[in-house]
Design a binder for this molecule. Sequence first.
Ligand SMILES: CC(C)(COP(=O)(O)OP(=O)(O)OC[C@H]1O[C@@H](n2cnc3c(N)ncnc32)[C@H](O)[C@@H]1OP(=O)(O)O)[C@@H](O)C(=O)NCCC(=O)NCCS
Length: 151
Amino acid sequence: MRVRSATAADIPAIMELERQSRAAAHWSAEQYERMFEATPPSLPHFVGLVIEDESGIQGFLVGQAHADESELQSIAVRAAGHRRGFGSQLLTEFLEQAREGGAKSVHLEVRESNQAARAFYEKWLFQESGRRKDYYTGPVEDAVLYCRRLS
Ligand SMILES: CC(C)(COP(=O)(O)OP(=O)(O)OC[C@H]1O[C@@H](n2cnc3c(N)ncnc32)[C@H](O)[C@@H]1OP(=O)(O)O)[C@@H](O)C(=O)NCCC(=O)NCCS
C-alpha cells in the first residue's frame, strides 16, 4: 500500500470510487480536471492524493492549499478497505504537506449525520469550529465545520 500524488490519469478511478460512496463529495470530471491546472508554488493550488495497492486505487483525498491554511475537500476509501488505516495514511500525508507548505491550520466541513467521518476527524484531533445551517441538500442537513491547528 502506498500513498502518492494523484495525476489526471487517476480521474476515472477516483470518480468510480467516489460514486460507490454515498457519503463522499461528488464532483464532475471537469472539477477534477481543474485540480491539475494550478500546481505549487502557485496559491491556491489543489492537492490530490491516492492510496493504492497492486489491485488499484483504494482511496483518495482532495484538498486545497491557501497561503496559511489548507482545506480538506474530499476523502473516501473503498468500503471493503474501511478501518484498515488507509484514510489515516492519506490524511497524515495531507497534514504533512500542509505543514511543509506553511499552513497553520486545516479546515473541513462534513454532514452532521456522517458519524464515521466525524469520528475519523476527531481521532485526528480536528475540533468543531462552527456550523452551517441547512448547508447540504438531498437530504437537507447542517454542515459541521472542523479545524485542526498545525504546530
Ligand atoms: C471517513 C473514511 C475516509 C475513513 O477511512 P478509513 O480508512 O476507514 O479510516 P481509518 O481506518 O484510517 O480510521 C482511523 C480511525 O478513525 C475512526 N473511524 C473511522 N471509521 C469509523 C467508523 N465507521 N466509526 C467510528 N470510528 C471510525 C476510528 O477511530 C479509526 O481508528 P480504529 O479503526 O483504530 O478504531 C471512510 O469511512 C470513508 O471513505 N467514508 C465514506 C466517505 C466519507 O464519508 N468521506 C468524508 C466526507 S467527504
